[in-house]
Design a protein around this ligand. Structure first.
Ligand SMILES: *Cc1c(COP(=O)(O)O)cnc(C)c1O
Length: 386
């Protein structure tokens, strides 16, 4: 009997799940653990969004199978967001598709576009799903190292010709998790030109597009000229509206790519629960002051952590976006050893950079997912054990 395919055997369990398990073990022992690991902040989903969801629960028509492409009103709301935020017109019927969170869309996009043996360009360090989805689709990947000395931008001219000939898809993510790097439209323009020259679809993950500070406005890849010839953008309400558990996102851009993903998804899932789509519609159509309100809180937390780190000799810059601090591990430790040390000795969870790929080694990531007092306590505890 075969209980696992070769495809599944080659991938380890989702890395964050393991850290969570370790943390729960300590909590069961009565240890007060401060979790700065996973990017899932403590702040609640905004009340007007939850109220909208409650309202929809009184109508049982909302409990039926949804349209697998997503409610048209939700896709229109996504189009409204693109118009309002970037001045981009999207056709809600052909250029917008609902996702059950961007993780789901990312994982399914790969088999929708890539055949076994085809290559993908995958940044490193990066959100682990790009690489794992490639392996699950029996694809191959070529890593684009994101190095500090290059401001964490990929050096596309370094990709070998023979790899490019077999490459179908590349992933990018700015504002970037985990490095917090940001880009401008000019960068996206260059990427789109590179992609067009080499017949590669670009999938840009815009998870942190609205989590920004000090008036920084993160661009959409669709702002680049002729972007829709080659690009799609995968977005989520998880980070924008603190809706991580709702599982609602979208993919926009190239209509052919979206059609292919829709065919695949139509045979795998049946869309997202309508009350969730309606709550998400309400969020996208509303005013976005609630986003600013939370961004102020993240900014204050980031400032607190960065000042505290400085006092223990770890120097990091204030990011323009995301709720992460990406910092160097003290000399002489691997990132996994350092994370284990902090968890066991200080009861603080941080994410070892190695989870994001080999080029993440020697860094660790902190998410400001707890309030300022807890953050200060975490740094105090770390100070004591270092
Ligand atoms: C959080 C995150 C996601 C996941 O978003 P969901 O819509 O909740 O699946 C995707 N990409 C990046 C880079 C993230 O940090």
């Amino acid at each position: 009997m075969q209980y696992s395919s070769e495809r599944v055997k080659q991938i380890p369990p989702y890395a964050f799940a393991e850290i969570k398990q370790e943390k729960e073990k300590l909590i069961a022992q009565g240890i007060d653990v401060i979790d700065l690991g996973m990017g899932d902040p403590d702040l609640p989903t905004h009340k007007h969004i939850v109220d909208k969801m409650k309202e929809t629960l009184d109508d049982s028509a909302n409990f039926k199978y949804p349209n697998p492409l997503g409610l048209l009103e939700y896709r229109q709301a996504v189009a409204h967001f693109y118009k309002k935020q970037y001045g981009i017109e999207l056709d809600p019927e052909t250029e917008v598709l609902t996702l059950i969170g961007s993780k789901e869309g990312t994982a399914h996009l790969v088999p929708a576009l890539v055949d076994p043996g085809d290559y993908m360009l995958v940044p490193d360090p990066a959100y682990p799903v790009y690489e794992k989805a490639t392996l699950l689709a029996n694809g191959k990947y070529y890593k684009l190292p994101l190095l500090e000395k290059n401001n964490y931008l990929p050096q596309l001219s370094d990709v070998p010709k023979d790899v490019l000939e077999k490459t179908r898809l590349m992933f990018l993510n700015y504002p970037n998790n985990p490095t917090t790097a940001c880009v401008d439209v000019k960068f996206f323009q260059e990427v789109c030109e590179f992609a067009k020259e080499n017949n590669i679809v670009v999938a840009h993950d815009s998870a942190y597009n609205m989590v920004t500070y000090d008036h920084y406005k993160a661009p959409s890849i669709l702002e680049a000229n002729n972007a829709r010839d080659v690009a799609v953008e995968i977005g989520t309400l998880s980070k924008t509206f603190n809706m991580t558990g709702f599982r609602i996102g979208y993919i926009v851009g190239n209509a052919k790519v979206i059609k292919s993903l829709a065919v695949l998804k139509g045979n795998v899932d049946t869309g997202q629960f309508m009350p969730i789509q309606k709550a998400a519609t309400h969020a996208l159509l509303g005013d976005y002051s609630c986003i600013d309100e939370y961004n102020e809180i993240y900014k204050e937390r980031l400032t607190t952590v960065i000042e505290a780190w400085k006092s223990i000799g770890i120097d990091v810059e204030m990011p323009k976006s995301t709720y992460f601090v990406w910092a160097k591990v003290p000399e002489g430790n691997t990132s996994a050893e350092f994370a284990k040390f902090l968890l066991e000795k200080a009861g603080v969870v941080v994410t070892p950079g190695s989870i994001f790929g080999e080029y993440g080694e020697s860094y660790f990531r902190i998410a400001v997912a707890v309030n300022t007092d807890r953050l200060k306590e975490a740094v105090e505890r770390i100070k004591k054990v270092l």
